[in-house]
Write a protein that binds this ligand. Structure first.
Ligand code: CDT
Length: 311
């Protein structure tokens, strides 16, 4: 038996520093319309989808960077997208910079929201694995200041019940960490939604561009297979004011195979009619967690951060 539903991934080309949120949301809405035309029930948009990838820039004064953040859900800029999605009966994942004030203290997170096809806000995820630095390294080509502009997410890795099955979210760098996906899978997730902005150049090491794409694919495919789950991954890519980012938005099946993949570095919708029961045999057999996991030997995974060797 198969249980099919069309999923779409809406890759975005560059969003430049001076692009307006209104124009950017209009692009998202155009892709939502295309996804609707393909019969999609769910759409995944990228990380920080409403703005350029601003953590590449150095700002000191919140007055300079406040404009990149959204307050309230939907924020005023998001309302037309939320309305259109509800009209079409499409659920979606959307990445954005979140600002909130609690007890007089300002908090900022790199966040995604999951909205059901009926327009219900199912919940949020706040990025946990923030890459880069808090202080500038002094080389504008390689700045990546997520630790400056965001707090570490405080919601863990929640999983949400949806009409397509249990769904989890993560954001960009989270996908390189197997802990991300296994935690969600242990909570029952069978579909992983994620957005990313991955600079073509590694900020840590001068590695060839093909490896950036290889590691991206490797992370998605192994996460899918090792948890018997679908992975939907949406890039923001191309050259944002001269800063290049990889494309490669993908839908990966629970067998670990990329079933469809974007070929441009522009706005591009990809879609696939996913058999949502395909992962069941994997979760029943090789990755039957209840039968085969040995948590008594996994202590270092939650008990320590760095490498600790026996003397
Ligand atoms: N946005 C984001 O998390 N980007 C990171 C860049 C890391 S550079 C080593 C990513 O993992 O793609």
């Amino acid at each position: 038996m198969s249980r099919k539903q069309v999923f779409a991934v809406a890759q975005m080309g560059p969003v430049h520093l001076n692009d307006t949120k209104e124009a950017t949301v209009a692009r998202l809405m155009e892709m939502l319309q295309e996804a609707h035309g393909r019969g999609a029930r769910w759409v995944v948009f990228p990380e920080l989808a409403l703005t350029t990838f601003f953590p590449r820039y150095v700002y000191d004064d919140p007055a300079e960077y406040d404009r990149f953040y959204e307050e309230g859900l939907p924020s005023p800029a998001m309302i037309p997208l939320f309305d259109l999605a509800r009209t079409f009966g499409i659920g979606f994942y959307l990445g954005y910079a979140e600002k909130l004030v609690e007890n007089g203290i300002v908090h900022r997170f790199n966040t995604s929201v999951l909205v059901s096809p009926t327009g219900e806000i199912l919940g949020k995820y706040r990025k946990i694995h923030l890459p880069g630095t808090k202080d500038p390294i002094g080389d504008p080509e390689f700045e990546h200041l997520e630790k400056r502009y965001f707090e570490v997410g405080d919601m863990g890795f929640p999983v949400f019940k949806t009409d397509a099955g249990p769904m989890g979210m993560c954001i960009c760098n989270d996908r390189r960490w197997p802990e991300t996906f296994r935690t969600m899978a242990l909570r029952g997730a069978q579909i992983f939604m994620l957005g990313y902005n991955t600079p073509t150049r590694n900020i840590h090491h001068n590695e060839p561009v093909h490896l950036r794409e290889h590691h991206h694919r490797l992370s998605l495919e192994s996460a899918a297979y090792q948890n018997g789950a679908w992975v939907m991954a949406a890039a923001k890519c191309g050259s944002e004011d001269g800063f290049a980012m990889i494309g490669g938005s993908s839908i990966v099946s629970p067998t670990g195979e990329t079933v469809t993949r974007a070929v441009t570095e522009e706005d591009e919708v990809i879609s696939y009619n996913c058999d949502l029961d395909l992962g069941a045999y994997i979760r029943r057999s090789v990755f039957n967690f209840a039968k085969h996991r040995r948590p008594e030997f996994y202590g270092p995974i939650t008990g320590q951060v760095g490498v600790e060797m026996d003397p």
